[in-house]
Design a protein around this ligand. Structure first.
Ligand code: MN
Length: 228
């Protein structure tokens, strides 16, 4: 069927070791999934139900691309996160089999306009303006599970201009990857191509134009970019 204007191609992430790419359908994010980060943001670190928000697939920024500082904010923060890339989905997925849905993992940053998020929180408004802006989610190539397995522990870290800012471990996640998939699938019907950012450890902070960011998840990948 013809369309009234040309149809945009889906976002196609590189896959480590393959020519084939990973077509992105949706991007979900988990809030406050490391206790030390919940505390630094002024929240109770006790295990409350996970909550979610979304970014847009075309907010993803590919490896080797620089991050353009976004407009209308003076306080853009880095949040290093493990990304989970799904090859299948469904509704009401049992946590015991949830990892069967995972194609691979990546390293991502959930860039956040913290000042706009604070305004949204105070006004009881949604978070999109703080979270789902252009280029707000740099992400590495996807590392298939047949190369790296399912990482459940390992250092998750980020440095700015060579100074370590975030230094946590995947085993500090309040909600583990299978539980995240299970909970999310109670709210939404998940499908192949969905990418889930699983929350950030403590140490979030502001970035500035010219900053060089290096980050990674041990056993998964690294990611480097400059704020421009
Ligand atoms: Mn985040």
């Amino acid at each position: 069927m013809s369309t009234v204007f040309s149809t945009p191609q889906p976002v196609l992430l590189p896959v480590a070791g393959l020519e084939d790419r990973f077509p992105v359908r949706r991007v979900y994010c988990v809030g406050r999934n490391y206790a030390a980060h919940a505390i630094e943001m002024g929240h109770d670190p006790n295990r409350e139900a996970p909550f979610f928000f979304q970014k847009n697939p075309d907010n993803l920024l590919f490896e080797n691309e620089n991050f353009p500082y976004p407009p209308l904010s003076q306080d853009v923060h880095h949040e290093i996160e493990l990304a989970v890339a799904l090859k299948s989905g469904g509704a009401d997925i049992d946590a015991a089999v949830a990892l069967d849905c995972v194609y691979g993992y990546g390293v991502a940053i959930d860039f956040t306009r913290r000042d706009l998020q604070a305004e949204a929180k105070a006004a009881g408004r949604p978070w999109e303006v703080a979270k789902a802006f252009e280029h707000s989610a740099p992400i590495s190539a996807i590392q298939p599970t047949d190369r790296i397995g399912h990482p459940s522990h390992g250092r998750i870290w980020l440095n700015v201009n060579g100074v370590i800012k975030q230094d946590g471990n995947l085993d500090q996640m309040i909600w583990k990857v299978p539980e995240i998939i299970a909970e999310l699938s109670r709210l939404f019907v998940l499908a192949a191509g969905d990418v889930i950012l699983t929350g950030t450890p403590a140490g979030v902070g502001a970035v500035h134009r010219g900053d060089r960011i290096n980050c990674g998840v041990d056993g998964v990948d690294t990611l480097s970019l400059t704020v421009v």
